[in-house]
Design a protein. Structure first.
Lengths: 231, 186
């Protein structure tokens, strides 16, 4: 592939829309061409800046209004957030909500009829994080009501760090956010961060820190009836 | 479908995408109050027309409704307000030939863009013309595929591609210029 073709296909490549043969040919060219490599780097930089700074948090008031109108049981949906807002003085509450972000919002639904399955996925390696998330997506498509917690441990924490990308160069944070919207929870092993000297600020806000990944898995299995699967 | 079953399905499939709905509305209206109004209106319509939803991923379906609500709202208010910050004539669709993709500037300094702060990124995004801001928001912030963007915005896939390429180029230029200004303190 030459420079002209690369420049024509580069956007489709970073958007994950390029077919495999062209993507491979493009990668090969980009590796050996400093100019195209810098174009590629610039596009990724722009993507990172946009994804990092372009998001908006839904205002609590709007969230509550919509929940009240359209959720089945609004009173059991928002306990922690409302409780926090009331119990802590205004500024402190703001800071705490900002710190814990979405983790204050429980997606667990109160089950009726047969209880949906609960799965804890253990992630110990981030090398094939994109493929792992696709597996997770397939699982959710097939069983939308399943409750899923992903516990990241050892090298599995890498895909939940800021700026992490999958095998094709796609930012993983967006994918993680979408899973979060679908009710999946992501928990990161604190012991791993300490051992690997990773600052907790590096962890994306969609994920929640737990003291020990293994203890968390044991707790979910032992006390909350979760089924263990390896991702 | 019983009302209870409809509510349950709506909650699971549509209400779950509230953050995406608000995020898109925020970018299209560039205004907090209007974004809230548009999202509320969108959910009202989505609920009313939920029987028409044919299954699959409800996100693009909802985002399409959000988009329509935003533009309806903006049209109503635009009559009274002034023109956009950007010069539409100079940067309109006609200027977006395939060549725009080829003229993508090669500048290693642009890697510094990655370190741009939130305020700067937001200001530059806000200044982009609607069609580019919309395409970029759907792609980068909501992770929509080209096919989904085409369906939501009602444009051919080729136009999605040219808008993304052009939008990114404009945004890079704007970021670079603003960063330069900040560096020299002007």
């Amino acid at each position: 592939m030459n420079c002209q073709a690369t420049m024509r296909l580069l956007h489709a490549y970073v958007d994950g829309e390029l077919d495999l043969p062209n993507a491979l040919a493009l990668e090969e060219h980009v590796q050996g061409c400093p100019r195209c490599r810098s174009l590629h780097a610039n596009l990724l930089a722009l993507q990172t800046a946009l994804r990092r700074h372009g998001g908006w948090e839904t205002p609590d008031a709007l969230r509550e209004r919509l929940q009240a109108h359209y959720a089945r049981q609004p009173e059991v949906r928002m306990p922690r957030r409302t409780w926090l807002a009331q119990a802590v003085p205004a500024l402190g509450a703001l800071a705490i909500v900002a710190l814990i972000g979405y983790s204050g919002y429980e997606h667990t639904r109160v089950p009726s009829a047969p209880e949906p399955a609960r799965i804890v996925y253990h992630m110990t390696n981030s090398d094939a994080a994109g493929a792992a998330l696709r597996t997770l997506g397939n699982h959710l498509d097939a069983a939308p009501d399943v409750a899923v917690v992903v516990v990241a441990h050892n090298n599995g924490v890498d895909f939940l760090l800021r700026g992490a990308r999958d095998e094709t160069g796609q930012l993983l944070e967006t994918a993680v956010r979408r899973f979060k919207e679908r009710g999946v929870e992501f928990r990161v092993c604190g012991n791993t961060l300490v051992r690997r000297k990773i600052d907790s600020g590096e962890v994306i806000p969609e994920a929640k820190l737990v003291p020990s990944g293994i203890a968390e898995i044991a707790r979910l299995q032992g006390q909350e009836g979760y089924i263990y699967l390896r991702l | 479908m019983s009302e209870e079953a409809k509510r349950e399905r709506f909650e699971r499939l549509v209400l779950a995408h509230m953050d995406a709905a608000y995020g898109l509305a925020r970018w299209l209206t560039r205004n907090e109050a209007q974004a809230e109004e548009a999202v509320q209106e969108a959910y009202l319509r989505a609920y009313r027309f939920f029987h028409g939803f044919r299954g699959g991923d409800a996100r693009p379906w909802l985002l399409g409704i959000v988009r329509n609500c935003c533009y309806t709202l903006l049209e109503r208010e635009r009559a009274a307000s002034g023109p956009d910050e950007f010069d539409e004539d100079a940067h309109g669709e006609d200027a977006v030939a395939a060549g725009a993709v080829l003229n993508f500037p090669a500048n290693p300094e642009l890697a510094a863009i990655e370190s741009a702060d939130r305020e700067l990124v937001q200001r530059c995004l806000r200044a982009l013309p609607d069609e580019y801001r919309e395409a970029l928001a759907l792609r980068e912030l909501h992770d929509c595929s080209y096919k989904e963007i085409a369906a939501i915005a009602g444009i051919p896939i080729g136009t999605v591609m040219s808008r993304l390429a052009r939008g990114r180029r404009l945004l890079q230029q704007a970021l670079r210029e603003r960063m330069k200004k900040e560096d020299t303190g002007t």
